[in-house]
Write a protein that binds this ligand. Sequence first.
Ligand code: CUA
Length: 157
Amino acid sequence: MKIHTYEKLWLVASLVLIVGFIATITYGSVALGITMVGDEEPTIEPDEISDDERFGEPRVEQVGENEYEAYVIAQTFIFQPETIEVPADSEVTFYVTSRDVIHSFSVVGTNTNTMVIPGEISTLTVEFDEPDEYGIVCNEYCGDFHHTMEGQLHVVP
Ligand code: CUA
């Protein structure tokens, strides 16, 4: 059977595309070192949280003139500390981990939002310019009282 020239052409073209896609993906993951989310994140074992010097005592710590670090634990169905207080005009880096299941750490009304996975430390840095009060909620269904899981973020003058 004679294959029409154009049909041949399309066959070749589709093969080239397929090989091209595979090559691109392989190149991206091997040569460029693209990693899945979380691969490079620092880790912490959930049962070591209490003894960990960062998370043993969930808190806000001043680390520079206007810089703060907040160590936060999410667990069913609370955030620790329950209330985070930082001054206005500050830059805050949140380190959040989970003691049990997947939660999220989401500051209502802002784009500050991260998944919190047991064994991993989610890190995000946010600037707070104005005094304000925010709610913190969990956006990942984590059990019967998921909807009651909330904290407070006070940006004080
Ligand atoms: Cu924690 Cu939903």
